[in-house]
Design a protein around this ligand. Structure first.
Ligand SMILES: [Zn+2]
Length: 210
């Protein structure tokens, strides 16, 4: 499996590009910005996007979704509980003093128990609310890899002081959905460096009471 991680935009959101070597199909997760660079990576690997998945509707994760969809024709997956946040992308843009990007229709709800397939790999949707109400993580068992969005970071967790955030809920999500995963599972957070479930269980100060 091809997996490229590209930090995009001013907040350097980790955009993940997964590609299957056989079918040349791809799944792009969190194309927040810099769609030109995303398209260049896709072209370099001769990949065709079959799905665009958004872990949550913060502008740094979803800002480039409309552009990527227009360029590839791929459907956009997002949890419906973040629709309201997405509807107010202009408010988010004003926080960052940036231009409001174009919005697109959400084609498919990404709900707990849903899954996408790429080659032989299954991408399971885990609902992990707390950072936002519609935050999801993606668990890919054959890759032993978790795409955590802004729910879990190396040594930290997602902020919960923005609209839709809930500090108790994010801890419950991490305890019930993420910590049961294998200790050696790789974690790709929404920002910053990679980690593992085991490392965060042991060393993440925000998880010490769980
Ligand atoms: Zn966020």
């Amino acid at each position: 499996m091809i997996h490229e991680i590209l930090p995009v935009g001013v907040l350097q959101c980790n955009c993940s590009i997964f590609g299957d070597e056989q079918s040349r199909e791809a799944i792009v997760i969190d194309p927040g910005d810099d769609i030109g660079q995303v398209l260049a990576i896709l072209a370099r690997h001769s990949l065709k996007v079959k799905a665009i998945v958004i872990t949550h509707a913060h502008i740094d994760h979803i800002g480039g979704a409309a552009k990527l969809k227009a360029s590839t024709g791929a459907p956009v997956y997002m949890n419906a509980k973040d629709q309201e946040l997405y509807d107010h992308l202009d408010v988010q843009a004003s926080w960052l003093q940036m231009k409001t990007p174009e919005r697109t229709a959400i084609d498919s709800e990404a709900r707990e128990g849903d899954s996408l397939e790429l080659g032989g790999a299954v991408f399971h949707v885990l609902e992990t609310p707390g950072h936002t109400q519609g935050s999801i993580s993606l668990w890919i068992p054959v890759e032993n890899k978790l795409i955590a969005g802004d729910t879990l970071f190396r040594d930290s967790i997602g902020r919960t002081d923005l609209p839709g955030g809930n500090g108790r809920q994010i801890l419950r999500s991490i305890r019930d959905k993420l910590l049961p995963l294998p200790d050696d599972a790789a974690v790709v957070p929404g920002h910053g460096g990679l980690t593992t479930i085991g490392r965060e269980r042991e060393r993440n100060p925000f998880l010490s009471g769980l």
